[in-house]
Each structure stands twice: as structure tokens, then as C-alpha cells.
Design a protein around this ligand. Sequence first.
Ligand code: ADP
Length: 378
Amino acid sequence: MNPPASPTPVEAEAHLRTILATVPDAMVVIDERGSILSFSAAAEKMFGYAEAEVVGRNVKMLMPSPDRERHDQYLENYLTTGKRKIIGIGRVTTALHRDGNTFPIELAVGEAWSAERRIFTGFIRDLTERQETLLRLQDLQSELAHVGRVSEMGTLASSLAHELNQPLTAVASYCESARDLLSDDPDEETLAMIREAMDEAAKQAVRAGQIVRRLRDFMTYGETERRVESLQRLINEANALALVGSREYGIDLQMSLDASADLVLVDRIQIQQVLVNLIRNAIDAMIGSAVRVLSIRTAAGPDSFVTITVEDTGSGIQPSVAPQLFQPFVTSKQNGMGIGLSICRTIVQAHGGRIWFEPGARDGTAFHFTLPSGETRA
Ligand code: ADP
């Protein structure tokens, strides 16, 4: 039997065309310089370009800043060092539609060699819908967790009151007996009884103290898991989550990340929660504005901290809520819970940082917070 003949170039091309027309995920193939070689039917739909418009152009046109400016460098770094940052790993990031809007995607990149050159294949899945579901779930979960905590506190408070009542009643009655015994000139026997009553009162007071201490232990948060993380990655992921559903508002996302202040020592999930909260508040505040610029910046300092800024061109903080903005249950929104910023503050402070706000450079508001740097200094 003869081995099957290898496909002719024309057959191979036809095969590739069929794949490109039918893969459900968007597929973009690029060469070593980042030029787009092919663009699947799903990619055309996802990005709003026809294949003929993008072939030969640099793939960075499909990315928002800062990836847009950095992608050539990413490719170059990989080609010279061989160090894989994304190939074969995949990640959640943000893509840019033809109409200028960004949307969350999951990107998986593969590498292949055709006869004469190396090519990279990107599979892209639009996460908008999935993230929307996820966000709704998260909202629900945090609401539930909150309700859970409130009722837990309620139960705790009533059992605490009950438990404290016993020793305190005992302390009061021992003290009263001792006082009564003291009023007549006490003999030795009476003095011994008074001493005993005072001992018992002291013991009961210590017991009450233990109950209070137990309550404090219950309320103290356990240690969180801190690792050195890349801020660029945290911010990209948070953007992907927070910008879900905001496509119609046409938010202009401007990022300016200081590469020398990229590493922070944090609990990734918690800091993402802070970023998502601040970004969503910023978007909420800009819905009624003519200019909708969301600016996210990082900068080294003060000292061994990194400062992160989330600034919007929105309505500004309402004077009625400004003084207690970080207190729980302070909200100006009809459906707001008013716990976002109080959670942000708890998390940032637990990391040793601080959070504050000031009027933005062009109306709106700028929220700043600091996190411990993860850079090891020489
Ligand atoms: P919620 O968003 O549920 O109201 P938050 O604690 O996150 O709870 O925010 C509390 C309040 O702070 C908001 O209701 C809003 O009035 C105000 N606020 C927060 N961020 C901004 C912002 N970027 N611009 C204007 N107001 C804001």
C-alpha cells in the first residue's frame, strides 16, 4: 500500500481555508514580525474587520494600549530570548474592536513552523457574555456573604449578650454580698467570706474578659495569601472584568503603567476586587458625561510602595456622601449597596497601604491607593 500522498500547497491552502471558515473561536495567524497572515470568519465578526482589510497589517491594531505599543517588543523579546510569556500559556486580556471599544477575551497562542518561516496562531474567545454571568454571580455572592456576615454578627451578639450576662450578674451579686457583710463590724469568719466573695468576683470578671477576647478573635481576619504579582497583569484582568457591559458607553481607556513599578506584594484576588470596584464606580460616574476617559496609572513611591490611580471624567463625588465615602452603606445610587469602597479600604489597609480621592484633572474624580512594592532592591 502506498502511503497517503502529502497534500499539495493548493490542497493545504484549501484545508486551512475550511478551518478558518469554521473554527468557532476567532483565529488570527501572524508571522514573526506580527503581520497578519490570515483572519478567520469568527475573527471578522468579533473585531468588525474583513480579512482583506487586515492581512498584511500589524496585529497590534487589534489591541488597546499599552499592549498596542508594546507588542512588537513582546515578539522581539520572545524571538531573542525564547522565554514564553503567553505561548502555550494563554491569558485573559482585552481586545480592541474596529469601533474603538474594548472587550474582554481569552487568548491562547500557539507556535508553528511552515516550510520557510515561523508563524504564531492566536485563538481568541470573547468573554463578554461569560464575564457578565460571572460578574452577576460575584455580585450575588458578595451580597450573600455580606448578608451572611450581618446575620452571623446578629447571632453572635445575642449569644455574647447571654454569655456575658452570667459572669456579670455573678460579679454584681458577689460584690453586693461583700458590701453587705462589710457594713457590720466583721469578725474573722465574715472577713473570710468577704475574701471568698471577692475571689469569686475576680474569677467571673476574668471569664467575662475571655468571652470578649473570643469575640475579637472571631472578628480578626486571617492572614491572606500574598505573592509578588505583576500590576500590569492585575490591571488587565480587572479591566477585562470591569469593562464588561460598558461597550455601549464608548469608554476611552488610557493606561500609563510605570514598568519600574510593576511588581507588588499582594493577595491577587483581593486587589482585583479593589480595582474592579474602582473601575466600575468610575464607569458608573461617567454614564451621563459627554467625555468618558478612564485613566489608569501606576507610579513608584512613596518609599517602598507603588501608587495606583483610577481617574474618571465623571460626575465627581456628591458633597452629601463625600465625608463618609469609605463608610459602609454610604451610597448615592438607587441600587447601590455602598459597601464597595469600604471593602476597598479594608483590603488596602490590610496590605499596609492607604486609599484616598481628590477631584480629577478634568472634572471627575481620581482615586489613589498604595500597595507594597514587590521589587527586590539591590
Ligand atoms: P456603591 O457603588 O454601591 O454606591 P461604593 O462604596 O463603591 O458603593 O461607593 C459609594 C458612593 O461613592 C457611590 O454611591 C458614589 O456616590 C460615590 N462614588 C464612588 N466612586 C465614585 C466616582 N468615581 N465618581 C463619583 N462618585 C463616586
